[in-house]
Design a protein around this ligand. Structure first.
Ligand SMILES: [Zn+2]
Length: 188
């Protein structure tokens, strides 16, 4: 496997081991940098070992608040799930306040109306996208993992958005009972 004379460093078992570990996990460029080898040399060795260098570079970003990989974070470094969690808490507090402000008669009417309504069911937690049986490359596995994390984000967001919307509706119904103007105290 030598061509250009003595300039070529032989691959040690450590080098090969390192390449096996990195292939498909980090970029080709980064592998070259770590091994201090040319692109050609790395590609050649990978081909010889039957390793794919194709690497999935995730665009996900980290949210410190919920310690999760997310599609994006806002300027405060927070993901949409965390933002929705806070909005929900705000709306639930508004509901509790409106409930506490009701007279016993209003409360009785409201409770009776609510009892007639069914509760909405939450969607099931998404499952990983990888089918267990077929062998796939590291690239495909990483890509599937990222896609799954996005599924989870969507699901977690939805699980908060449903009660958030429901709280908005409850607030409206409470105000129908009490006859108050929603715009006066609803801050959202
Ligand atoms: Zn978060």
């Amino acid at each position: 496997m030598t061509r250009k004379g003595s300039a070529q460093r032989p691959w040690t078992t450590d080098d090969v081991e390192a390449l096996r570990n990195m292939a498909g996990r980090i970029t080709r460029r980064e592998i070259c940098r770590q091994l201090k080898r040319s692109r050609k040399s790395v590609e050649h060795a990978a081909a010889r070992l039957g390793l794919s260098l194709r690497c999935y570079v995730s665009k996900l970003v980290w949210c410190d608040e919920c310690a999760s990989w997310r599609s994006r974070i806002d300027k405060d470094g927070r993901c949409r799930v965390c933002a929705m969690r806070e909005r929900l808490a705000g709306r639930e507090a508004a509901c509790a306040e409106a409930l506490a402000a009701m007279t016993p008669e209003q409360r009785a009417v409201y409770d009776e109306n609510e009892a007639k309504r069914g509760t909405r069911r939450f969607p099931a937690r998404p499952k990983p996208r990888i089918a267990g049986s077929c062998p796939i490359s590291r690239y495909e596995r990483e890509r599937a993992k990222a896609a799954y994390l996005l599924d989870i984000e969507e699901w977690e967001h939805r699980r908060l958005k449903l009660p958030y919307d429901a709280a908005k509706t409850r607030l409206r119904r409470m105000r129908e009972v009490t006859g108050t103007n929603p715009r006066k105290s609803l801050k959202q």
